[in-house]
Design a protein around this ligand. Structure first.
Ligand SMILES: C[S@@+](CC[C@H](N)C(=O)[O-])C[C@H]1O[C@@H](n2cnc3c(N)ncnc32)[C@H](O)[C@@H]1O
Length: 369
């Protein structure tokens, strides 16, 4: 634990010159052709080539996964290995097209090809079924892919993104009732994908000294259900928008907006996958409300995917930052950015706790002195 510095230090002088020389050299086609033949650089050039190819092809790989999910291929193969013709007939595809999809999925390690020509589930495909909420996560990605069809327009803020409609609260639509089913749709997706986030958070943070935990923006209570299993004697309170908490059963729940003063009812407040949905202004406002609601000695626990800051990370800087951009208001923040925000509203000694799976979530916590 400890603060990670992510303010860039200016790199000048010799290291800039070296870096410029290296870039000029590597980007010359003649050097690339020579390095691909030279025994000491051949392996490196091949690996770089493969990585670049994967980046160019990445969207097609993602769409292969999407097609497998849409066609429920993994569930089918989990029951028994099957021949392409059998799989094709059940899905209205030709055998040739089904084989193309199976070959692609097998190349990606999702399924495997048997000697007899049938296909079976591979470890990755089996894990995909086993990880709660992952299939649903993949399924809702068609929206993100459409929003990212013109990434430059997205960066210029020229796209009316569909993801903003999937998460209606991000544009401040917290008072008017959203369209039928919208709240249920996002709440279901969050609840299904909560298991891994809760596992990581509970492995990283101890709630043993807490008396009452209030989960703000807690959806339909999936995180608190995990907390209750780990700490059966702990009192828990769920706080979310009124339309959302109506979907929570079997727990104390309060409906309201976290932009209004929060109930002073808990000594520990958790914010799980909440901050990255919102602008800095909203986040600062929310953190101030949490600070005001906690007693002296109370604790705030923030758990969500965080930017790698000085060490950019694929899952968060590469993926979640664009996801939150398509949501319109959100942003992936680094541990130290969040820690600074906490200290600015009055929290003391913000602690960064690295989790085992930072692509799932990371944790920052602090105390009210
Ligand atoms: C990305 S979801 C995360 C849900 C849950 N914490 C989880 O990790 O599964 C964000 C949650 O914040 C809630 N939320 C958004 N704006 C809110 C507001 N102004 N007041 C209270 N809750 C809000 C949403 O309804 C939603 O349940």
């Amino acid at each position: 634990m400890g603060l990670v510095e992510d303010t860039p230090r200016p790199r000048r002088g010799l290291s800039d010159l070296m870096s410029r020389w290296q870039t000029d050299l590597i980007s010359r086609p003649g050097f690339q052709a020579w390095a691909a033949r030279f025994p000491l650089t051949r392996g490196l050039v091949r690996r770089d080539g493969e990585r670049l190819f994967d980046l160019v092809a990445g969207f097609v790989y993602s769409q292969t996964l999407f097609a497998c999910v849409q066609l429920e291929l993994f569930e089918d193969l989990a029951a028994a290995p099957k021949a392409p013709l059998t799989l094709a007939l059940a899905r209205g595809l030709t055998e040739q097209r089904m084989t193309a999809l199976c070959q692609s999925a097998a190349a990606l390690g999702l399924i495997k090809r048997r000697r007899d020509g049938r296909y079976a589930l591979a470890r990755l495909g089996a894990a995909l079924i086993g990880v709660p909420g992952l299939i649903e996560m993949v399924r809702h990605h068609d929206i993100l892919y459409r929003d990212m069809a013109d990434p430059v327009a997205l960066l210029r803020d020229e796209v009316e993104t569909e993801l903003a409609g999937f998460w209606p609260y991000v544009l401040g639509q917290t008072q008017a009732a959203p369209e039928d089913g919208v709240v249920q749709q996002y709440s279901r997706l969050m609840a299904q994908s909560q298991a891994m986030v809760a596992q990581e958070t509970l492995q990283t943070v101890s709630f043993a000294k807490a008396q009452v935990v209030m989960d703000v923006g807690g959806g339909t209570g999936a995180f608190l259900r995990h907390v209750q299993v780990a700490y059966p004697k702990l009192k828990t309170i769920l706080f979310d928008l009124p339309d959302v908490v109506t979907g929570a059963e079997g727990m104390e729940a309060i409906g309201g907006s976290f932009l209004d003063p929060l109930p002073r009812a808990a000594d520990t407040i958790t914010l799980i996958r909440v901050l990255y949905d919102h602008t800095d202004e909203t986040v600062d406002h929310l953190l101030r409300n949490v600070f005001d609601a906690l007693p002296a000695g109370g604790r705030i626990v923030i758990s969500e995917p965080m930017s790698g800051g000085a060490h950019p990370a694929r899952a968060t800087d590469g993926y979640f930052s664009f996801y939150t951009m398509a949501m319109r208001t959100g942003r992936v923040r680094s541990h130290s950015e969040i820690a600074e925000k906490l200290e600015r509203v009055g929290f003391a000694d913000a602690q960064i706790a690295k989790t085992g799976r930072p692509y799932v979530t990371s944790v920052v916590m602090a105390e009210k002195a």
